[in-house]
Write a protein that binds this ligand. Sequence first.
Ligand code: SAH
Length: 454
Amino acid sequence: METIKKNQTYTVTIDDLTHEGLGVAHIDRFPIFIENALPEEEVEILIVKTGKKFAYGKVTERKNESSHRTPVKDMDLLRSGIAPISHMKYEYQLEFKQEQVKRVMNKIAHMPEVPVLPTFGMEKPYAYRNKAQIPVRKLDDQLATGFYRKNSHELLPIEDYFIQDPEIDKAILVVRDILQRFKIKPYNEEENTGFMRHIVIRRAHYSHEMMVVLVTRTAKFFQAHRIAEAIQNELPEVVSVVQNVNSEKTNVILGKEDILIAGKESIQDQLLGKTYRISPQSFYQVNTQQAEVLYKTAIDFAQLTSDDVVIDAYCGIGTIGLSFADKVKHVYGVEVVPQAIEDAEFNAKSNGATNVTYQTGKAEKVMKQWAQLGIQPSVIFVDPPRKGLAEEFIAASAELNPDRIVYISCNPATLARDLERFGELGYQAEKVQPVDLFPQTYHIEAVVLLTKAV
Ligand code: SAH
């Protein structure tokens, strides 16, 4: 077998895609991962990195083009990972995602028989993000905003982020220019010095209220109020300017401490006709239009009736449970971030829901407490982060003995792992519906209905 060495060139044909959308070619069965390459394309590649089990190659010449290829708007969108699959036509992106879910249902869940439906996509699969988290760094002696080159901490200056609400793109530049004008020092990551780390912006899809969070390394923020005033003057939609302090040397963007500089502490938006307050630390789906499709799908799967007692686990600010609280008997929500639970309580009140109970804490612990208290849910919704469900959460769910479980997942691999565990405890996956919340990226969201085997 040939040894693949760095800086060698090869001509290969792409035969597969990784879950991150990289093209895969094989040389004597040794896999090479290649950015911006699609199945059936013949490419000349340069090996840029080698490992024991695989190598990375870079396309130096493309001999033919896949019929699924579409021109890339800006190569930096691929390089930065902002839009890593934007070289695929959108219909193909949707097929790719369905196929990825089928694979894990086969290989990890061992449930090839469970139908994986065609991905629900967007009509306009760009300009959808309602939130941006943009690093602020020094570039050519200037305060700059952009995105990191993939697997690095080198900032690529970017102005058009393509997948974000264009009003957010504009706002980033306005805030950047104001920070420059006030001679604010950008953060230096290697040394953990400097001041301004990130600009986080949210713009509500329906209300258009904007929040600007300035993430700083230290608390003392000279001229904070004048800066906030300038931001609100130039961006009239901004109703909230918050400073967040993060002194740690970490990749985590937000620190624990929020200091209100101007306006109100939260913004509000709508989802499926209900209104929601959103605080800086609270999770909120970044694609509002598709979040509505996602929730509708989940609610449809659950076949709710007025007798149902429902648990909304990993509830965030309460958006899933509050969407149907008026149609069921009771909703119990659990969430680990205290600010999100405060938002959920507020949101329940402002939407007139009196049949909801929220609990701050780890879902895996609270589920056990609820089991001990004798709560008898007929339906459980789960919407965990990427790492999926803890073993004890799954055990506690089964112990609560609901008729139906609706699993909303942002990571097919952990979803499939958890479905297998649920299967062992008598909950059978009926169908899987991928919903595209993240067009142009390889991230996959999916909803699964599980029912109690009789
Ligand atoms: N259902 C909500 C939030 C989903 S995101 C929505 O659709 O908007 C997942 C949520 O789980 C986040 O709010 C996160 O803070 C929360 N979370 C993470 N780990 C948790 C845990 N162990 N227990 C409870 N909640 C957790």
